[in-house]
Design a protein around this ligand. Structure first.
Ligand SMILES: [Zn+2]
Ligand SMILES: [Zn+2]
Length: 219
């Protein structure tokens, strides 16, 4: 079983899923309640992780709607009977999931519409865990990041495809905008303390300080 990383009272599990190795995240507070973020593929593994962790999942939060981040949404929402949250600006991409996956020649289960729209500054609470959604468009028009509001230091962010270890999200897809992405990373991520952990949508976790110092795309 995957071991969680501890942040104060909160725990974060990282499960890479599917051919694009998209990081599905499970996050929980001390009380054992939490959220799934970007269940991208491999629904059975995602559900096994939820079961083994004992976390009571209160909802599925989507950073954005590229197909590699939403491929397990339908089976997971049905198994857990929880709502799906997405920023409305990414709804057209969500609805194009099946067509996008087909262009890559990949199988895909098109999910039914999301249940709830994410708004700027919206907070998501599960027991003692609190996450805040912050708009960070540029990789996708409705991209948000989820910032843990535990008051614990160091904090952590679920950053989707905005900032990676040593890289940033691509901006050549429909709705992409490079200057907007860079400005958003500076505004929403580099403004956080250096010790803040970043959980990206692909690849290993990093920190705000490490990317501030070494990420060539942010020079
Ligand atoms: Zn993406
Ligand atoms: Zn991705």
């Amino acid at each position: 079983m995957i071991k969680p990383r501890q942040h104060g009272a909160a725990r974060v599990w990282v499960l890479p899923t599917g051919p694009l190795q998209e990081n599905t995240l499970l996050v929980a507070g001390q009380a054992g309640e939490g959220f799934l973020v970007d269940p991208g593929d491999d629904a059975e593994q995602v559900l096994a992780l939820v079961r083994d962790s004992g976390v009571k999942v209160r909802g599925i939060l989507l950073t954005h709607a590229h197909f590699d981040h939403i491929g397990a949404v339908q089976p997971v929402r049905e198994a857990l009977a929880v709502p799906v949250y997405l920023h409305p600006a990414d709804l057209p991409i969500y609805q194009q999931g099946e067509a996008s996956a087909a262009r890559w020649g990949l199988p895909f289960t098109q999910p039914e519409a999301p249940d709830v729209e994410i708004a700027q500054g919206q907070t998501f609470t599960a027991g003692d865990l609190r996450l805040m959604a912050r708009e960070l468009p540029g990789h996708a028009p409705g991209h948000v990041v989820f910032v843990a509001q535990s008051g614990e230091e160091p904090g952590f962010v679920m950053a989707g495809d905005t900032l990676f270890q040593g890289s940033i999200g691509r901006t050549d897809l429909p709705g992409g905008n490079h200057p907007q992405l860079i400005a958003g990373i500076r505004r929403e991520l580099l403004s956080l303390p250096d010790e803040t952990a970043i959980y990206p949508g692909h690849g290993p976790a990093t920190t705000v300080g490490a990317e501030r110092r070494t990420n060539l795309f942010l020079r």
